[in-house]
Ligand binder design. Structure first.
Ligand code: MG
Length: 506
């Protein structure tokens, strides 16, 4: 069997794995949207069964054998030099995915999944009662299992490497630490400077905005951005998300708040940014494991670039505000573009990450990164976590939670063992700003097109430069290829300065 034959056989296996993944994703999408509540028990069994089958196939010795025949090894994950570039990219992605599955013993996978289910249930109750102590034993268990997981997976420099690699493949903890330590003081200083300036008024965003009209505006936004409604749909869920159920089926959900206009609009733009990535993979990789975001950081760059950089820009609203005001004349007809623009970009240190603006957001992530790396290394005990959280909030953002529900218990991630995930949110902002700077260089007339409501050149640029290749290039390779350099936080900081100094008259 030649290396090419091995790749062919692996492609057939991959295709079936994709079909199973999409079937499993459909069950989960339904669970979050339309499933009647009492269906949950058998639904969990259905998903667990499919995930078990996927794990077994992916980790199987026959896959290991085929990867070896393709020449893939830790030193050379892209396999035999005789393979074409696209075969090599496929081998590298499959080798990494198989390796992570095969290195985890079945008993650990089962223990982790049980601890995650129990942890999440305990977290829900603990958050409701704002009682960290009832969640602490679960988190202790999850941290211990996570440490064991890092030992099984292996790592280059420190255990957290094995965790972040799940979400941001090939990224090292030391790289994240160095990026964040350059970002932190500069962000903190800028937030303080804005805090001392006169606050902008956003009261008119908090009037009554009936959600049926918000939904109507959302679908205008989707078609304006280039979302393909023949290959996807928009629904409602408690927590907005994007999921891919097939080559031609990318679903998004949004959440609307009749008393706060920002929630619905920006959740729709954000999720649509994710969906455009998923709808934009090239023909050659469609339906394969390469048809996926290359990392969560790059995925988040797409959602945040649309949501914040484009969707909260003045040209964007010079086109869309009149349309929005037609739907809500009583609330918005007297509001000038400039007031609207300032209001949607209001900056305010707050306790809750998911409500944070784009300037303070990174500090919420840096806090979580510091704490979770310390938990994994053993430098921080779970019992000391709430105090550490409150102290860091005070230092980084100058605010202190009154209780654990609006502090250490606010996010779901740790309760199901997703440690290593948080940094990707902030990396998304950084990648997004750097990609946008490259886009601006190549599309000099962009602002004029946006102001005319013509977003097609932006989507075409993103399609060609970012979306089409899917996971063929790693995040690092993509960043260098498109922007000419490795990830550099200066782009994001410059973008913030240029945007927010005028907004706050600084
Ligand atoms: Mg997102």
């Amino acid at each position: 069997m030649t290396a090419h034959d091995a790749i062919e056989r692996l492609r057939e296996i991959d295709r079936e794995l994709q079909l199973l993944e999409h079937a499993s994703a459909l069950l989960s999408w339904d669970e979050e949207t339309y499933m009647p509540p009492r269906a949950i028990e058998e639904r969990s069994e259905q998903v667990a069964l499919l995930q078990g089958i996927i794990h077994e196939r992916l980790a199987s010795p026959s896959v290991a054998e085929l990867l070896a025949r393709a020449g893939a090894s830790p030193e050379r994950p892209s396999g035999d030099p005789a393979l074409s570039e696209s075969e090599g990219a496929f081998a590298r992605a499959f080798f990494r995915k198989h390796g992570r599955e095969a290195r985890l013993p079945a008993d650990l996978v089962i223990e982790l999944s049980k601890a995650a289910t129990l942890g999440q249930a305990a977290w829900r109750g603990a958050r409701k009662r704002s009682d960290f102590s009832s969640f602490a034993p679960h988190l202790r268990k999850l941290v211990a299992l996570t440490r064991r997981k890092t030992e099984c997976l292996g790592y280059a420099e420190e255990p957290y490497d094995a965790l972040i690699d799940e979400y941001e493949p090939w990224m090292k903890t030391s790289e994240v630490r160095s990026i964040f330590s350059s970002l932190e003081p500069r962000l903190a200083r800028f937030v303080a400077e804005i805090g001392a300036a006169r606050q902008v008024d956003d009261g008119f965003l908090r009037l009554s905005y009936p959600t049926d009209l918000q939904v109507r505006f959302a679908s205008a936004l989707l078609s304006g951005m280039g979302f393909d409604g023949e290959r996807g749909r928009l629904d409602v869920s408690a927590h907005p998300f994007t999921t891919t159920l097939g080559r031609d089926d990318v679903r998004i959900t949004a959440r609307y708040d009749a008393g706060y206009l920002k929630t619905g609009i920006f959740s729709v733009i954000h999720e649509c940014g994710h969906a455009l990535y998923e709808q934009g993979f090239s023909e050659e990789i469609r339906g394969s494991l390469l048809a996926s975001g290359t990392s969560l950081g790059i995925h988040e760059s797409q959602s945040r670039l649309w949501e914040n950089v484009i969707g909260r820009s003045r040209p964007f609203w010079s086109h869309y505000l009149p349309e929005l005001a037609k739907l809500f004349p009583a609330q918005l007809s007297g509001v000038a573009l400039d007031s609207f623009y300032r209001a949607i970009n209001r900056v305010e240190p707050s306790l809750i990450r998911i409500e944070a603006d784009e300037v303070t957001y990174g500090l919420h992530i840096i806090l979580r990164f510091k704490l979770e790396t310390a938990l994994v290394s053993g430098d921080l005990a779970v019992d000391d976590l709430p105090d550490a959280w409150n102290r860091e909030m005070g230092e980084l953002l100058g605010v202190k939670p009154d209780n654990d529900a609006e502090g250490v218990l606010q996010d779901v991630h740790w309760s199901f063992g997703a440690i290593g995930y948080f940094p990707t949110y902030a990396l998304g902002n950084l990648y997004g700003a750097q990609l946008f700077a490259a886009m601006r260089r190549e599309l000099p007339g962009m602002d004029g097109e946006i102001a005319r409501g013509n977003l097609a050149p932006i989507l075409a640029w993103l399609r060609a430069r970012v979306h089409a290749s899917g996971a063929t290039l790693t995040a690092g390779e993509l960043c260098e290829k498109v922007t000419g350099e490795t990830l550099n936080p200066d782009y994001f900081l410059r973008y913030l300065e240029e945007k927010y100094r005028p907004i706050y008259d600084l």
